[in-house]
Design a protein around this ligand. Structure first.
Ligand code: OFO
Length: 161
């Protein structure tokens, strides 16, 4: 495998695990605010991110590349509002999409078709991740600070499996 592509995927393993940690901190925030549905939603997201990291980890193994795990940074654990949490989540997902696009382009440049095919799943997944959070932000707009609306949204998000 091309060195640059291998290095970018290696870095992406850490970024996915970093994402997991970010969402776990968001889950803790919601739990502390009594929003157990949102806390559960974030816990599911945490699990998905670990899954993403492990997919990359296994792919490097299959390609015979040694995985070098990087440091995970301390996540933000306090937020000004529910909306701020989801805004931060959307901004984070956009940065992850950009990071994946960079790997995709690097793999295309060296005609690494296996990696391009491998990354297709992540490209679709990012579309879904950004849409999920955007939909929640739209609902938060509709609720417009109504505490009843927030209780209903919390219940709805708690249904995420
Ligand atoms: Fe792994 O997609 Fe979010 O960060």
């Amino acid at each position: 495998m091309d060195n640059k592509v291998a290095q970018l995927i290696n870095e992406q393993v850490t970024k996915e695990l970093d994402s997991a940690y970010i969402y776990l901190a968001m889950s803790a925030y919601f739990e502390n605010k009594g929003l157990s549905g949102m806390a559960g939603w974030m816990k599911v997201q945490y699990g998905e991110e670990v899954g993403h990291g492990m997919k990359m980890f296994e792919y490097l193994n299959v390609r015979g590349i040694k995985v070098n795990l990087g440091a995970i940074s301390k996540p933000v654990s306090d937020f000004g509002s529910v909306r701020e949490v989801f805004e931060k989540s959307l901004a984070h997902e956009k940065s992850i999409t950009a990071s994946l696009n960079k790997i995709y382009e690097a793999a295309l440049q060296v005609n690494d078709h296996a990696t391009v095919a491998f990354l297709q799943w992540f490209v679709s997944e990012q579309l879904e991740e950004e849409k999920n959070v955007t939909d929640i932000l739209v609902k938060l707009d509709q609720i417009n600070d109504s505490s009843m609306g927030l209780i209903f949204l919390d219940k709805e998000l708690g249904g995420r499996k």
